[in-house]
Ligand binder design. Sequence first.
Ligand SMILES: [Mg+2]
Length: 250
Amino acid sequence: MTAPVRGIFFDVDFTLIYPGPTFQAEGYSSFCAKHRIDIDRSRFSAAVAGASAILDEEQDHVYTADIFVRYTRRVIEGMGGRGETLDACAREIYDEWAACGHFFLYEDVAPALRELAARGFTLGLISNSHRCLVSFQQHFELTGLIASAVSSAEHGYMKPHPSIFEAALAQAGVSARESLMVGDSMAHDIEGARRAGMRGVLVHRSGPPLPEVHGVPVVTNLGELLKIVQEPQPLGLLSPEALSPGADQP
Ligand SMILES: [Mg+2]
């Protein structure tokens, strides 16, 4: 029997916010120029795709800046960057990722969160970043809507480790079985939620439509969440046991 939904938890990066030009090809060009690194900015998209495997590496999910600095370094190298200043440049880009001013809120986010909070749902944030989530709520004018916010840098473990989900649930005062995790990563958000006993909703904002993935409902914007959580026996909100243990990002 599926419990009614009371708690709704959100991933942050690429679920609520997206990076501006600082973290596109032009931004990388500026960082690299400052560190006297020559790159071919036309290779940015391929370099990002090539580096993404680092974020999915098998690991113990203890938070460390190293994995993100190595990812950023790999992006630079993918654009042809070489030299002794690579690590310093990658570290600076990683540090700047924490600054809210480099990001934009997707336009559906504030209306959807206000609506869900007004209807009595308990909302939370679970983020694999070193961004201050109090500053995040202030910067994007979401203060007052969020009951619980846990970042991996503060908590110590990263998604998909169950510990970070359990910490957010405890802080919000809701149980796993009555809570949803909403995020753009099947491997980190949805699979992690499953391990913690929560259900998941995948956010798929662009690309070919996905009706559902491994029984997990898919939304293209957060305005679609209300309909999902209000269904008495939500179609597709399968129990954790029904999810494929090997589910990965589509
Ligand atoms: Mg994300």
